[in-house]
Design a protein around this ligand. Structure first.
Ligand SMILES: C[S@@+](CC[C@H](N)C(=O)[O-])C[C@H]1O[C@@H](n2cnc3c(N)ncnc32)[C@H](O)[C@@H]1O
Length: 314
């Protein structure tokens, strides 16, 4: 049984997962009331109370999730997925060989997991528990359905020993109110997703890792030039200053990939990124007409940062 990895989003009391309903023990609640959270039939748990919602349907919309799913499963960002997983596997190998890790499960949080293209691959890199968290319910539903089909959910038995997967816990939750005990996870990944230095530092164990992937300089430059009159460059490193009090930067990696996109691919790419609503509609239409005649060429540039919780600020 897990030793209180999860805490109640309402009263912060320890909470135990179960296949039908998760319940906190109410020990930190002045009235000692236990809060129940049902497991949806798709296999996710909604731990986002209404008071933590800033809109009716927070996070990415169903439409953008479907577009991202089509685009990513076509393999356009496969090189990024491979590099993230390679770095994660290397960190986990180091972690497992450390003496104070003996017999303890390795817990990882993928925050802003979306529909799970990266998360599913991460599950094969060597952790025991993978918490897949996103504020968007449609995203977590997609991820849970896919994980259930592959028998990867925490309450399912993993059938295939050759592809050992982590047990996946799909959660609807906010990065600002993580339902996790302090110092309980060994690593966090944020792939094009929110970065909350203090909240991440709080839930990470001593020497815990943080992997961040972001667009790099020149990312989708030709697409952005076609959509906007004034193109602002990605400033990949800007956020690092905010992480400095909590984390030390261990490694930086860059990866680029040439994209040759059909009209459908390009429409999906625009829908899954903020470009869809920021671009002028006539620019968007002109670009889609152009690509109806010949494929659109652009380059995707990514940067990956590997950080570690700073021992000086535990
Ligand atoms: C650009 S998408 C990246 C999704 C996924 N990591 C990927 O790369 O395919 C950002 C994700 O962060 C989620 N998100 C936004 N704000 C969030 C928050 N405060 N807490 C948790 N997730 C959030 C969105 O719903 C969305 O799924």
């Amino acid at each position: 049984m897990l030793v209180a990895l999860f805490v109640c989003p309402l009263c912060q009391s320890p909470m135990q997962p179960a296949a039908d309903t998760w319940r906190c023990d109410g020990s930190l609640n002045p009235k000692h009331i236990s809060h129940p959270f049902d497991v949806a039939r798709q296999g996710y748990v909604n731990l986002l109370p209404v008071q933590q919602k800033k809109s009716k349907a927070p996070g990415d919309s169903r439409q953008s999730i479907e577009a991202r799913k089509r685009f990513l499963t076509a393999g356009h960002y496969q090189s990024l997925q491979a590099l993230v997983c390679q770095k994660m596997a290397a960190l986990l190998t180091t972690k497992k060989s450390s003496t104070n890790q003996k017999d303890k499960p390795i817990n990882w949080l993928d925050i802003g997991c979306g529909e799970g293209y990266y998360t599913q691959a991460m599950a094969q890199t060597g952790m025991d528990i993978l918490i897949a968290a996103d504020i968007s319910k449609p995203a977590v539903v997609e991820l849970a359905k896919a994980s259930k089909t592959l028998d990867q959910l925490w309450y399912q038995e993993i059938k295939d020993d050759f592809t050992k997967s982590a047990a996946i816990y799909p959660l609807v939750t906010s990065a600002a109110h993580l339902p996790l005990r302090a110092h309980s996870v060994d690593g966090i990944s944020s792939i094009f997703s929110p970065i909350l230095p203090a909240a991440f530092h709080e839930v990470l164990s001593e020497e815990g890792y943080l992997i961040i992937a972001k667009p790099d300089v020149g990312h989708l430059a030709t697409m952005r030039e076609a959509l906007f009159d004034d193109v602002r460059e990605h400033d990949s490193d800007k956020f690092l200053d905010e992480l400095t009090p909590y984390f030390q930067l261990l490694e930086t990696h860059r990866v680029s990939t040439e994209l040759n996109l059909s009209a459908e691919d390009l429409a999906d790419l625009m829908t899954m990124t903020p470009y869809a609503y920021r671009a002028r509609s006539e620019n968007r239409q002109a670009l889609l007409q152009e690509v109806a005649v010949k494929p659109f060429e652009t380059q995707a540039n990514f940067v990956i940062y590997v950080l570690q919780k700073d021992r000086a600020n535990l």
